[in-house]
Design a protein around this ligand. Structure first.
Ligand SMILES: Nc1nc2c(ncn2[C@@H]2O[C@H](COP(=O)(O)OP(=O)(O)O)[C@@H](O)[C@H]2O)c(=O)[nH]1
Ligand SMILES: [Mg+2]
Length: 122
């Protein structure tokens, strides 16, 4: 049966570990709000769906995306679980890059709006 592997990546506090717990149906990833990272290293957990499919969930540290990427790449036993090898990671990274670009665009728009509002007030 084909296994699927999900890698949870993103900024601190946006719910990666909580999402991981929901997916595997157990409280295995440490969660919580903190300015310093709660998740220190990659953690792999596995669940089996009713139809027998295996879902691997990898939680990543709450730090910058480059560190997360490195952590994932460094852990060869996790890599070996990827059913399609590196392709999964690459597809995922493409999506993350797209999302990051969107986020930067949004942040820029918000900054511009704030500036416009400030200028209007002055
Ligand atoms: N309201 C709300 N809080 C959430 C949700 N997901 C996570 N949290 C809370 O946000 C905080 C950070 O979640 P966590 O899973 O540790 O985020 P991570 O840093 O991305 O791993 C915790 O206090 C969670 O309880 C959600 O969907 N809704
Ligand atoms: Mg976490």
């Amino acid at each position: 049966m084909e296994a699927r592997t999900l890698v949870l990546m993103g900024r601190t506090g946006n719910g990666k570990s909580s999402t991981g717990n929901s997916i595997v149906g157990r409280n295995v990833f440490k969660t919580g709000f903190s300015f310093t990272s709660v998740t220190k290293e990659c953690q792999l957990e596995q669940t089996t769906l009713k139809d027998g499919r295996i879902i691997n969930v990898i939680d990543t540290p709450d730090e910058c995306r480059d560190k997360q990427k490195k952590e994932v790449e460094n852990i060869s036993f996790l890599r070996s679980l990827f059913d399609k090898g590196k392709k999964d990671i690459e597809e995922y990274e493409t999506k993350i890059d797209e999302i990051s670009k969107e986020c930067s665009k949004l942040e820029e728009e918000v900054m511009n709006l704030k500036k416009e509002l400030k200028d209007a007030k002055d």
